[in-house]
Design a protein around this ligand. Structure first.
Ligand code: FE2
Length: 545
């Protein structure tokens, strides 16, 4: 008898892991991965094993939210020790690689004094020879860049460390994911396959198209002992069908945090995908996977931070993404990995890196990469892009977390693109200090006061208003605030009415409303419909190819 087709349940959490830690982009790029294995994972493990009760207390303290504390209530010591030993063995080469990076930094600091660098190549740690080029900046400060694409071909790209944890959820609550590794749990299926495994695409397609279980089990290599749990992930209940937008307008749907879907009857553009699960009660009304089209024409990534590149959402969408647009780099700098390469190496084949003021044209719409300033702790990171989406004459700009440090920049952009209809701006204006994200990449200790002065902070009210004054939008939406329940596990943000980002964004919304504009801080979900031809033809707008 023919085996019955089943669907994948929509509340199956799909957690990508690296060495059992929640996977994010810096754990894929080989050099940043090496530094994070040593400087983040091993450091947290050591600290936990030395003082588990301190971690248990810190996790309960709201002031320590998002800090480097393991959430095991002080327990599971033997398992954490075993994880440490496993990492020491499996990542032996990677650990040596991280050590070599530190040595190279030291070598350059002590021996590169402005004279020719050729002689120093002899002294480059053997593991790094052939993978780096040494240089000076214009002021004789030495540095090095990686030939990053070669690192992906080396023994330092540890694909076998990639795996998945899968389990069914009945709510949006999840603890902060970046400081606690995932240990064995009877309700969680561990799937030892890399992120580029084609079985992932086949599995998630079953959310909409039924398949016999035997088919997917053999693709994923499910073992007999995993079968009982694996079988619970499926249902014979067909999902609610996706309703394609067929109207003549532009439809904008806010999915939470920085994730926005722009659709017309012809095209779909999804910005910074972060999609919640569904199939259970949620106190906050929101769109989810069921509201996404069968194919996504363009997916736009604004910058390389954990809450804007979420593998947990992106890998299940991979099979339906026609074009993935990322900000360009090939600087080779440790702190600025190449996103195109990173995505190519986890199975995304249609990635385009876009430059500042570069335009992609299709049907009656264009996407233009715009400069993104700030929110990167004053590091020389160029892999960041704001976007102008222009459909017909209608213009929306997505500014993500950019902090409008220098309004003059946006005046020049305005000279090129003219007024816009809608602005989306992030206003997480306090931001974590540099070391929260980039600490493991530093090889010299950064004094606390310097660290505190270099934050991952978005715009405050004044900075946001300078944009309004330049672009004269009809509508402005504050977004990317990390507030939704299904975003907290990665954002670690919980505001009160007194929190500065809330105070600042309230102020901006009020000023804009007083001026007669539509203004709102988005939360949960929002749907807006726009006419394509609202603004008079802007003759200044021209694009660069
Ligand atoms: Fe950010």
């Amino acid at each position: 008898m023919k085996e019955k087709g089943l669907y994948l349940k929509p509340n199956l959490v799909f957690e990508p892991l690296y060495d059992n830690w929640y996977a994010w982009s810096h754990l894929i790029s080989p050099a940043t991965a090496a530094m994070n294995v040593v400087g983040r994972h091993h450091t947290i493990i050591e600290s936990y094993l030395a003082a588990p009760s301190i971690h248990a207390e810190a996790v309960l303290n709201p002031k320590m939210r998002g800090g480097p504390f393991m959430d095991f209530g002080g327990g599971r010591i033997a398992e954490v020790k075993a994880l440490q030993q496993k990492s020491f063995q499996k990542q032996e080469k990677v650990i040596q690689f991280a050590k070599a990076i530190k040595e190279l930094d030291k070598l350059l600091a002590t021996e590169a004094k402005g004279f020719g660098l050729e002689a120093l190549y002899e002294k480059v740690p053997p593991l790094l020879k052939g993978y780096v080029e040494l240089y000076y900046d214009r002021n004789n400060n030495p540095g090095f860049r990686f030939f990053e694409s070669l690192l992906y071909n080396s023994e330092f790209y540890n694909k076998s460390s990639q795996s998945f944890a899968m389990w069914l959820t009945n709510n949006d609550e999840r603890p902060f994911c970046l400081s606690t590794p995932r240990l064995e749990d009877a309700n969680v299926l561990s799937l030892d396959i890399p992120f580029d495994h084609p079985g992932i695409d086949e599995l998630v397609k079953m959310k909409r198209v039924s398949q016999p279980l035997g088919y997917i089990k053999s693709m994923l290599g499910i073992t007999p002992s995993q079968e009982v749990l694996f079988d619970t992930f499926f249902t014979d209940q067909p999902p609610t069908p996706y309703q394609k937008y067929t109207g003549d307008k532009i439809r904008m749907r806010y999915f939470g945090h920085a994730c926005i879907l722009v659709e017309t009857k012809d095209i779909s553009i999804l910005v910074d995908p972060l999609i919640s699960y569904y199939g259970y009660h949620s106190d906050v009304q929101h769109f989810s996977d069921v509201d996404l089209p069968d194919t996504l024409d363009y997916v736009l990534i604004t910058h390389n931070h954990q809450d804007h590149i979420l593998f947990e959402t992106l890998l299940p969408l991979r099979h339906k993404i026609k074009n993935l647009i990322v900000p360009r780099t090939n600087s080779g700098r440790l702190e600025d990995p190449d996103l195109k390469l990173m995505f190519n190496n986890i199975g995304f084949n249609n990635v385009t890196a876009v430059n500042e003021m570069e335009t992609i044209r299709f049907i009656d719409a264009t996407i233009t990469g715009l400069p993104f300033i700030g929110e990167h702790s004053d590091l020389n990171i160029v892999t960041k892009s704001c976007y102008l989406v222009k459909i017909g004459d209608f213009k929306l700009i997505f500014l993500a977390d950019s902090r409008i440090i220098e309004p003059k920049l946006y005046e020049y952009i305005h000279d090129k693109i003219g007024d816009v209809d809608v602005i989306f701006i992030g206003m997480e204006c306090d931001g974590a200090p540099l070391t929260w994200l980039y600490g493991p990449l530093l090889t010299k200790k950064l004094p606390r006061d310097m660290d505190g002065s270099r934050r991952l902070a978005g715009s405050d009210c004044n900075k946001g208003m300078s944009l309004v004054n330049i672009f004269n939008p009809k509508e402005i939406y504050v977004y990317a605030m990390g507030q939704e329940p299904w975003v907290e596990f990665i954002s670690s943000i919980k505001y009160t009415d007194e929190s500065n980002p809330i105070v600042q964004s309230n102020k901006l919304v009020q000023i804009c409303r007083d001026r007669g504009m539509v203004a709102e801080r988005l939360y949960g979900e929002k749907e807006l419909l726009y006419e394509k031809q609202t603004s008079p033809k802007d003759l200044n707008y021209c694009t660069q190819d």
